[in-house]
Design a protein around this ligand. Structure first.
Ligand SMILES: CC(C)(COP(=O)(O)OP(=O)(O)OC[C@H]1O[C@@H](n2cnc3c(N)ncnc32)[C@H](O)[C@@H]1OP(=O)(O)O)[C@@H](O)C(=O)NCCC(=O)NCCS
Length: 177
């Protein structure tokens, strides 16, 4: 799938991350409101640079490992990133994403998820694509629904040391048009 990047949509480019994205990346990855309902904590600039150094590669997705891909506007300015995980048996993919708060609520998250789903179905053998979100994350739940995923269940999870309820959304290759 990575070999098929950059991938252009109406407004976005899904592309590999670069060390030169650090200002934009750190801009939203340092924010408590972006990190609040996600598995990571706000990053310092040094942590952001270190992260980008590890992700700035054209190497293929490795089953069993998370990989982060950039979400940029057509002018190449980074506005978010999306993490992708392929299961070891290649049956399922999972993803999670962040959009810079200055660009949220304009449909960019939905556009990025739709593009990712289409790339994964076209260029990997996965049968199902899932995203799990904290039940409190109304924007994420709304975005996943708009992108065509359907809620398949709820589960309790430990999140940043506290119990929480997660909603699991999925889209199946068989049901995808
Ligand atoms: C979740 C996230 C990626 C969505 O990105 P986005 O570009 O704003 O998504 P979209 O604009 O496509 O859709 C968001 C929808 O949620 C709605 N929304 C935003 N905040 C909301 C809230 N507090 N309550 C209810 N709906 C809300 C928006 O209005 C929009 O719906 P609409 O088009 O019907 O008006 C973004 O909010 C984000 O980065 N959040 C912080 C990181 C995070 O929690 N990521 C989720 C991990 S999976």
């Amino acid at each position: 799938m990575i070999a098929h990047l950059p991938h252009r949509t109406d407004r976005l480019l899904l592309r590999t991350l670069r060390v030169s994205d650090v200002d934009a990346f750190h801009g939203y990855r340092s924010r408590e409101d972006v990190a609040r309902l996600q598995g990571w904590s706000p990053m310092s600039r040094e942590q952001a640079l270190e992260f980008l150094r590890g992700e700035a590669t054209d190497a293929p997705l490795l089953p069993g490992a998370w990989r982060q891909v950039g979400i940029a506007m057509h002018d190449d300015v980074l506005v978010g990133d999306i993490g992708i995980h392929l299961s070891a048996d290649l049956h399922a993919a999972e993803f999670g994403l962040s959009i810079d708060p200055r660009r949220q609520a304009r449909g960019l998250g939905t556009e990025a998820v739709q593009a990712l789903v289409s790339l994964l179905l076209r260029h990997t053998p996965v049968a199902t694509i899932i995203a799990a979100t904290d039940a409190r994350n109304l924007a994420c739940r709304r975005m996943l629904d708009k992108a065509g995923l359907r809620k398949t269940g709820e589960r309790t999870a430990m999140f940043k040391g506290e119990p929480c309820m997660e909603h699991v959304f999925a889209i199946e290759r068989d049901g995808h048009r």
